[in-house]
Design a protein around this ligand. Structure first.
Ligand code: DGL
Length: 263
């Protein structure tokens, strides 16, 4: 048996949107989903804390489980954590950053970047805009409330469309392409599309990341059967029946605790 062991990391359930894209291409791999719910939301966390927690949690996870590739399925973390992780790990690390380049190529009017409050302020993001969308008008919208809405939707709660409209208002009738610059947002893609209108193209990085993962896994793994699917969180998932149900629907076993250890 030669199943790839893929570790996917996020602050919450947003990375599941990336998991779905990877699992479409690699349905027989083993998946380990790790989320730092103790420090959620990452969009409001100090950069040093974020780097420290991400590196420690992933290293702890790798002490208990052989992993072939790490996917940082979080824009907020990827925009600062990747160089640090690559320094301490000897396996490939793939990150996800806002899809500014394809959005800019598509847009004839203006691009909206919808992300966390942290991502829209990152130097990395501003460098992306300077390098790939210099000739475009890029409107930035950072919101942790949108992240919460995605968390709630996965737990079966309906999205408050009036509230969503209020949050997205600055982009309505202004842009023709929106970058979903947070992995939580594909989980509320239809709702966002309903507010922005059918004429606005929504772009995320999930598919590109999945292709990158495939290209980095040198040998092809098992092409038959179903792999293990386990979930780990940094804070106790007690009272999280709705979450465990949603994870079960995706084939994952109930959430296990992996508490962060002191350095
Ligand atoms: N899913 C994350 C991202 O892609 C982070 C959301 C949060 O915890 O603020 O940015």
């Amino acid at each position: 048996m030669n199943r790839h062991n893929i570790l996917i990391f996020d602050s919450g359930v947003g990375g599941l949107s990336v998991y779905k894209e990877i699992a479409n291409l690699l349905p027989c791999a083993n998946y380990f989903y790790l989320f730092d719910n103790e420090a959620y939301p990452y969009g409001e966390l100090a950069p040093d804390t974020l780097v420290d927690r991400t590196c420690r949690l992933i290293q702890q996870m790798m002490q208990r489980q052989r992993i072939d590739i790490v996917v940082i399925a979080c824009n907020t973390a990827s925009t600062i954590v990747l160089p640090h992780l690559r320094e301490v790990l000897s396996i490939p690390v793939v990150g996800v950053v806002p899809a500014i380049k394809p959005a800019s190529l598509l847009s004839k009017k203006a691009v909206g970047l919808i992300a966390t409050p942290a991502t829209i302020t990152r130097q990395y993001t501003h460098d992306l805009i300077r390098d790939f969308a210099d000739d475009k008008d890029v409107k930035l919208l950072g919101s942790s409330q949108l992240v919460d809405m995605a968390e709630q939707k996965l737990r079966g709660q309906p999205t408050d469309m009036i509230h969503l409209h209020q949050i997205l208002e600055p982009l309505v009738d202004v842009i023709d392409v929106a970058v979903l610059g947070c992995t939580h947002f594909p989980l509320i893609r239809e709702e966002i599309s309903q507010v922005l209108g059918k004429g606005v193209e929504l772009i995320d990085s999930g598919m590109a990341i999945a292709r990158r993962v495939v290209s980095l896994l040198a040998e092809s793994g098992d092409q038959e059967g179903v792999g293990i699917k386990e979930v780990f969180s940094s804070a106790s998932p007690i009272q999280e029946e709705a979450l465990n149900k949603a994870l079960d629907d995706l084939g994952f076993s109930p959430v296990q605790l992996i508490q962060i250890q002191d350095a």
